[in-house]
Design a protein around this ligand. Structure first.
Ligand SMILES: Nc1ncnc2c1ncn2[C@@H]1O[C@H](COP(=O)(O)OP(=O)(O)OP(=O)(O)O)[C@@H](O)[C@H]1O
Length: 296
């Protein structure tokens, strides 16, 4: 279990994380989402002990990660722009990583090298941006750390590579019981991989949970009435989004569907349709509820 408790981190004069807390269970694939500049990379760097927290604690299975060699060998952060030596080939970078991660699995490496069709003897600086990402994903898969932190690592991959990557991740989780945190702005892709998610905003995790349970608790409802209604007619509902064109209303509501339907039925709608929401919509509606789009 990864436990982040009341972490505060300042960069320069700016408070990026403020009493931020989060728990992630072993074996989870956790999607870390949030607006640009919210502090996702900062949080991942704090977890990896690259940044020292100003206050608060981060533990894995009850042990602090700060200067903990055992935990660090079982943890890998792949940033969106990982370090590689300018003249190094992929094979040489692999040797570099093997020094820090003796568990590096050559069989996995060879398997995905073949699937990704990368030339390990080519200087990495001559790889395209997407190929560099593939190379680092390949290294991450071969290391298969207990805790893998991917910071926008698959955002630049082509659709075929993303599919392969998703399959590879599922395979590694099954075999190695890894926990993965993926930060990404590609919420549709993330939704296919993650079982849980958290929204980082206002310097902390504002919403988190199991993706399926959250989706079951948020409903997009389309309604038609014989007379025009007001938003205030639905004041008993926890509305994330409300839009109305004459007598037709679309709203996104949080809560138990039976209770919601009971409240709406009391207003005698002519028609009620309940639709599923996806992760992207959950994110947008949560931001909307906070008033992010008020002046747009
Ligand atoms: N080295 C630094 N010094 C000072 N401020 C920084 C530094 N790095 C990041 N910041 C600031 O910290 C905040 C959080 O940045 P961070 O990169 O963690 O956000 P993010 O959520 O990963 O953003 P994005 O989605 O745009 O990649 C931003 O306001 C950024 O300007």
């Amino acid at each position: 279990m990864l436990k982040i408790e009341n972490v505060t981190k300042k960069l320069g004069t700016q408070v990026v994380l403020d009493n931020c807390s989060l728990e992630i269970k072993d074996g989870s694939v956790f999607g870390l989402i949030g607006p640009n500049g919210a502090g996702k990379s900062t949080l991942l760097r704090c977890i990896a002990d690259i940044y020292k927290c100003d206050s608060g604690t981060i533990t894995v299975d009850g042990e602090s990660i700060v200067e903990n060699e055992y935990q660090k060998q079982n943890l890998l952060l792949m940033s969106d722009d990982p370090y590689y030596h300018y003249n190094a080939t992929l094979a040489q970078m692999v040797e570099f990583y093997k020094v820090f991660y003796p568990q590096f699995d050559d069989e996995i490496y060879r398997k995905y090298l073949n699937i990704f069709k990368l030339n390990e003897n080519k200087v990495m600086n001559n790889f395209s941006k997407g190929m560099k990402r593939q190379a680092f994903i390949l290294i991450a898969l071969a290391i298969s750390p207990k805790l893998l932190l991917l910071d926008e690592s698959f955002d630049g991959l082509d659709p075929m590579m993303r599919l392969l990557f998703k399959r590879a991740i599922s395979e590694c989780i099954e075999k190695k019981n890894m926990t993965i945190i993926i930060s990404s702005h590609n919420l549709r892709e993330l939704e296919d991989i993650c079982d849980s998610f958290g929204i980082l905003d206002d310097h902390k995790i504002t919403t988190s949970g199991m993706l399926d349970e959250t989706k079951e608790n948020i409903h997009k409802i389309q309604l038609a009435f014989s007379i025009e209604k007001q938003r205030s007619d639905f004041s008993d509902l926890d509305i994330l989004h409300y839009s109305q064109t004459s007598r037709v209303i679309t709203m996104v509501v949080k809560g138990d569907l039976n209770k919601i339907e009971g409240i709406i039925n009391a207003q005698q709608p002519l028609m009620m349709d309940v639709l599923n929401v996806n992760l992207e919509e959950i994110f947008i509606y949560e931001m909307e509820k906070k008033g992010v789009f008020e002046n747009v």
